[in-house]
Design a binder for this molecule. Structure first.
Ligand SMILES: [Zn+2]
Length: 172
């Protein structure tokens, strides 16, 4: 991306490459991956966590939304136009973030998984995957900073509507 390129929403963190490398074996559906990661956050589910997983994926199923133009649609409307991609035998990384329950409305509580292929040509929001053995590192994050848009569009939004059900439908 170029410095002037924008995104609708981003969650960004530095990753500590010194974090211990651990192994995951036999990764079937995403729900099972969530279960396998549960012990890593159980000691303190009130922190944020960043997960970096590397390996070769037998299958990867992701979705991506098209570039949106003004007036920008809601996430659920944009996701209605999404495209899905499936690939097999692809190496790359999962970048995932865990948000604590109390950030509901600002970010998505729980784990959120994105994929980027090693050659950075394929990627997106993970809908499904399978892999035999993967290596991962988890970083606990003890602080977060919220940057808000400084434009008239944001100033004029009514953000009181509860979008959690619609967001869960497309991000769950
Ligand atoms: Zn996503």
């Amino acid at each position: 991306m170029q410095p002037e390129d924008g995104v609708a929403f981003g969650t960004v963190s530095r990753s500590d490459s010194q974090a211990p490398i651990q192994q995951l074996r036999g990764i079937p559906p995403l729900d099972v991956l969530r279960e396998k990661l549960a012990p890593a956050v159980a000691a303190n589910p009130n922190l944020f966590y960043m997960l970096k997983v590397r390996g070769n994926f037998r299958t990867m199923h992701v979705r991506s939304c098209f570039v949106c133009e003004k007036p920008y649609p809601t996430l659920s409307k944009a996701a209605g136009q999404q495209r899905e991609f499936r690939c097999g035998n692809v190496s790359g990384s999962i970048i995932a973030v865990f948000c604590p329950a109390y950030v509901e409305g600002i970010n998505l509580p729980g784990w959120h998984f994105h994929f980027l292929s090693g050659d950075k040509q394929k990627g997106g929001h993970i809908l499904g995957l399978s892999a035999d053995t993967l290596e991962y590192q988890i970083n606990a994050l003890h602080d977060f900073e919220l940057l808000l848009p400084q434009n008239p569009e944001f100033a004029g939004l009514d953000l009181c509507e509860d979008l959690s059900a619609k967001t869960a439908a497309v991000e769950g």
